[in-house]
Write a protein that binds this ligand. Structure first.
Ligand code: GLA
Length: 740
């Protein structure tokens, strides 16, 4: 518990249970210093002698009585490097000699573009503060929101920008937050990709200049993900300081990592300023997304474990059935027929697959694309959300009833924001799509994007989804989004206002999701965008899981799942077992290997199970049952990436440990054994050294002589050795350890 400084206002200091960390938020009025403490982290900023808000410290938790003097701006380095620019400001306006990324850039109606934000006041907020800044002359008021999580020390930061003047202003650039790190040698970790190739982890030295990670596409994108981790020194899973962050925004976004001329590093993130322009009329305000930031002392592994727990406890929604429960429900094991049938869905075919799926122990049966409108292939039908009468002459009810009678619940694919030009909706409302009049409308996958920012489009989309859920007993929606924006015109607005589409589209998307969840509290939703094109902490407030990639090749998935896990919890990482040879890489793998690859995340089956023989069905059934037994540990436990599959690694291994250390699960994979090399001994992590753990193979064998049970200390120091026969191409093994 932080001891309040003599003159300090201590307005929040909570102790949450015996083991939990306390958080506190203090303001020292004499030094004008704000201090936030949570978990193992302290974050300190203050009003400097010039009146700007300046960051003072972000790192390991400081002593309770440690105090800071009033912040002093950094000096001018040379006539080319102003003090205003050198000073690590919490939220700098573009003006007064700022040469680094601004947090806020505004054009005023009279042509003035100089904005200098000074501290005004603060108020209490849950686990933090709201701190008000104002331009030195003009009535532009910015409230910075801060909240620190008592357990993880993860900070949630965002800003509200208000025009209190009498003239409109245009916001040209608005970040959620800027984070500063002291000069040092750093490695930047960030995630890039492409369709069917998402989740590549990049690791590079932070160098002078700016590294931009962004999407200009109107949505999160496959090409980069709004997450970063900056490690002091070289990348290390277990050791070293890591500062990390994730932006909760599913529209065009940007994170810039900037090393300035004095070697200081800043990370600024928020709305992407490209093609941005948000007009604030008198009295109006703009709320930025939330930029979450955290700090860990135990390497990239420590950072991702903090972030996973935060996502599970604070970001992901709970269904009403589990309200009051601390963690969201582990995902049902699903069957999805997309790769088996593609658009050729019909009542008899889906019922036959449902019978096969139920026999395997599947929990949820999901019908994918093709069930609606005139949807025979991807040329037609999007926008027309009536059940196709040829494929389902009696509607969806007979299929849904059948699925329920087999003991599963029912899920359905939708792509609400899209329209095919060959659809009744487009013929009726051609003006509903994003477009510029008299310009071509670029199609991708033969479809156009509905302008969800429009109130009438929003009402239509919400209306058909609400009706679908009212009329059918649907437990789950797979919400897809299969192209990016082009020609993003919003012609109903005056030219100066049209760029608001970058904000309003995403707000309406969130609004629809929130309202659907409110009206249909039992319905769960997956965020899919041609695979992993819309995965971020913004959409995850309203969705229960994501589809990480259309690439279901089990070997590729190991690297994708590794990259994914740096930013996101395995709880949301859906992973289907599909057919072999795989359609993308033409790689042949065993069913066991495919099953174990998918069991690293939230398991699903997406193969043509109508063609499986008895042996395949028995293997899948056995492994699904084994998966169910360890699933909470596997997807919600602490993840240790013991051997990375990246960089052409011969082996890869992950281990998860349940929060109470009662159970652990290990997955081990061989790409290709070379020169007879034996699998490395696995020195496990995170167990209770004094407890006894029994080892049970889920698949594969431990080396002869391995004890049936041993202490956590044994498994962590001596390690787990694999059977000598564990060699070959695309081999997999899995074990569980249970505390006795
Ligand atoms: C996207 C999804 C796939 C599938 C198809 C259907 O590509 O990522 O899983 O749903 O659309 O058209």
């Amino acid at each position: 518990m932080v001891k309040a400084l003599s003159a300090a206002i201590l307005f929040l200091a909570v102790t949450l249970g015996a083991q939990a960390q306390a958080s506190s938020a203090n303001f020292d009025p004499a030094a004008k210093v704000f201090r936030l403490d949570g978990g193992g982290v302290s974050y300190v900023f203050g009003v400097n002698t010039r009146g700007e808000l300046q960051q003072l410290y972000w790192g390991a938790r400081l002593g309770a009585t440690d105090a800071f003097p009033q912040a002093a701006p950094l000096p001018e380095w040379a006539s080319f490097d102003s003090s205003y620019s050198n000073t690590p400001q919490e939220f700098a306006g573009w003006g007064a000699g700022l040469f680094v990324e601004p947090a806020l850039k505004i054009s005023f109606a009279d042509g003035n573009r100089d904005l200098v934000l000074h501290y005004q006041s603060f108020s209490e907020a849950p686990n933090g503060f709201d701190v008000e800044l104002k331009d030195i002359l003009r009535p532009i008021v910015v409230t910075l929101h801060y909240a620190i999580d008592p357990q993880s020390g993860i900070l949630a930061r965002s800003a509200t920008i208000v025009n209190q003047g009498a003239e409109p202003v245009t916001i040209e650039q608005a970040a959620a937050a800027a984070w500063a790190l002291p000069p040092s040698h750093y490695t930047l970790n960030y995630i890039t990709g492409r369709w069917a190739g998402e989740w590549t982890l990049n690791q590079e030295t932070v160098r002078p200049g700016e590294r931009i990670i962004e999407s200009r596409r109107g949505s999160t994108g496959h090409q980069a993900n709004p997450w970063f981790a900056i490690q002091a020194g070289e990348p290390d899973e277990d050791r070293g300081e890591v500062w990390f962050g994730a932006l909760a925004w599913s529209g065009s976004w940007r994170i810039s990592v900037e090393q300035d001329q004095l070697d200081a590093v800043r990370v600024t993130g928020g709305f992407n300023p490209f093609d941005f322009g948000y007009v604030l009329h008198p009295g109006q305000s703009l709320e930025t997304p939330v930029f979450y930031g955290g700090y860990a002392t135990n390497g990239l592994g420590g950072a991702s474990r903090l972030l996973h727990r935060y996502e599970l406890e604070h970001i992901l929604p709970r269904t009403v059935a589990t309200a009051g429960q601390i963690l969201p429900k582990p995902r049902p094991v699903i069957y999805n027929s997309w790769e088996a049938t593609e658009f050729k869905v019909n009542e008899a075919g889906q019922m036959a697959l449902a019978e096969k799926a139920a026999a395997l122990g599947i929990d949820r049966f999901v019908m994918d694309d093709g069930w609606f409108g005139q949807r025979k292939d991807d040329h037609a039908g999007l926008g027309d959300w009536y059940v196709n009468p040829e494929k389902f002459p009696h509607g969806l009810k007979p299929l849904i009833d059948k699925v329920h009678s087999l003991g599963m619940d029912f899920g359905l694919w939708v792509e609400p924001e899209m329209v095919n030009p060959d659809s009744d909706l487009y013929r009726k409302h051609p003006d509903w799509v994003l477009h510029f009049p008299e310009r071509a409308e670029s199609q991708q996958r033969n479809q156009l994007v509905l302008n969800l920012a429009r109130p009438d489009v929003r009402a239509y989309v919400f209306g058909f989804l609400d009706k679908l859920l009212n009329e059918n007993n649907i437990a789950f929606l797979k919400w897809d989004y299969n192209r990016n924006w082009t020609e993003p015109g919003w012609m109903q607005l005056a030219p100066a206002e049209q760029k608001k589409v970058y904000v309003e589209f995403t707000h309406n998307l969130y609004g629809i999701l929130a309202e659907l969840r409110r009206r249909h509290p039992k319905v769960e939703i997956e965020s899919c965008s041609g695979g992993g094109g819309r995965v971020d902490l913004g959409i995850l407030r309203y969705t229960d899981e994501v589809w990480p990639s259309d690439n279901t090749d089990p070997f590729d998935r190991l690297t994708q799942q590794d990259g994914f896990s740096y930013a996101y919890t395995p709880q949301i990482m859906m992973a289907w077992v599909t057919d072999s040879p795989h359609w993308l890489n033409h790689r042949t793998t065993s069913l066991t290997y495919r099953m174990l690859s998918s069991m690293q995340g939230s398991l699903g089956i997406g193969a043509n199970i109508a063609k499986w023989n008895d042996e395949e069905a028995a293997t899948a059934k056995r492994l699904i049952a084994a998966y169910h037994q360890v699933q909470p540990t596997n997807v919600q436990g602490d993840l240790y990436r013991l051997i990375s599959p990246r960089g052409g690694s011969e082996f890869s291994v992950t281990q998860t440990v349940r929060a109470d250390k009662s159970q652990s699960v290990v997955f081990a994979f061989i790409h290709s054994t070379q020169e007879g090399r034996l699998f490395p001994t696995l020195r496990l992590k995170g167990l209770d050294p004094a407890a006894q753990y029994a080892l049970t193979p889920i698949e594969g064998k431990a080396r002869a002589g391995t004890p049936a049970a041993a202490s956590g200390a044994w498994w962590m120091n001596h390690g787990l050795e694999m059977d000598e026969g564990f060699r070959g191409d695309f081999q997999a093994a899995a074990f569980r350890l249970d505390r006795k």
